[in-house]
Design a protein around this ligand. Sequence first.
Ligand SMILES: Cc1ncc(COP(=O)(O)O)c(C=O)c1O
Length: 399
Amino acid sequence: MTIAVSDRLRRLPGYPLAEVPVIKRRLVDAGVDVIDLGAGDNDTPPPAPVVAEMNAALADPAMSKYGFQQGYPGFRRAAVDFLNRRFGQRFDPTTEILPLIGSKEGLAHLPFAFVNPGDVVILPEPGYQAYTGGALLTGGEPLVYPLRAEHKFLLDLERVPTEALARTRLVYVNYPNNPTAAIAPLEYLEKTVAMCRRHGTVLAYDNAYCDLTYDGYRAPSIFEIPGATEVAVEFFSLSKSYSMTGWRIGYAAGNRGLISALTKIKSYTDTGPFLAVQRAGVVALDRSEEFCVPIRAELERRRDAGVAALAAAGFVVETPKAAMYLWIPLPPGVQSAGFARHVLETEGVVTLPGSGFGPAGEGYFRIALTVGPDRIREAVGRIGRALSTFEPGRVAAAS
Ligand SMILES: Cc1ncc(COP(=O)(O)O)c(C=O)c1O
């Protein structure tokens, strides 16, 4: 007997990274020197004082108890202080902040609080998969907004038909952007907030990359836009800024009503992040400015090495001002999934095909700046070689 899965599950597309670890393991076992530029997961360690605090927290039995949604009060305080120092925004730690088991969890849970079956959820494409997951699992109707280079990869609500906007309960907006590395000008954010206020739309602003900025660029908070507090929930992550991806810690900020709605959903699905991780997170947030300097400098070196090597290999790529990705156009006619598979199988380099972020990502591939400049140069040299041996028809048919 086969147990039928739910219609919701059936609606979920395959997760783009799913097959990569299996192929990677096979290649590594065969002795291939694999370079993994796939997932946005740096090879850098978390800051030593954060690790030391984690060790101390583990020795405290109180940290092994349920955290519930209130969690470790110091973490809420540290988040509020960070938001004030960094963006000049003030929040109440008890009612306007919510610790998350990584920001992905909060982003995916948010629609359960605001979206009824049939309501429209606007998703950027290419975009982070958790948005699609949340929208589909709640029975929302995803409206896919293609991010285009000619519009600087901005999701412009003024281009969405008014009829659809009237039915839209939630829009996901993410700058600095994964995977395109695009950034959002303040005027754009002003327009977006105004549209959300006009239509009563919740604005999920994903700021996972706010600390990874270069060339003097500073990524704003959505709350710097007057009126944003009425409609926005902003998501922050400790994953990328402090090389703590596996620790699973982030937080949401927003007005009391929006945060309490998400809190209620979460109180039925989880019991909050590990208290010891929250306590260690306090050290990260309190010393954020100090800890982010070296990671930013390292990523900038990697970015510059990658961009130069890609140009030498014949690719045309812009130098991004933020995030940790290069989003690289493929020559016309080169299909991204077949190409990424070819690069992995023939050269042992993990990249992500643009189509893995949805059909609108076709024509691109993404590399994450997860390894040092020399390894990036080596990887890009291999990618260039793979391009010269790529036979679109044959590989596409085989993949
Ligand atoms: C745009 C974006 N948002 C959120 C996340 C999730 O980060 P975490 O759940 O580790 O906080 C990621 C991770 O890659 C991301 O790229």
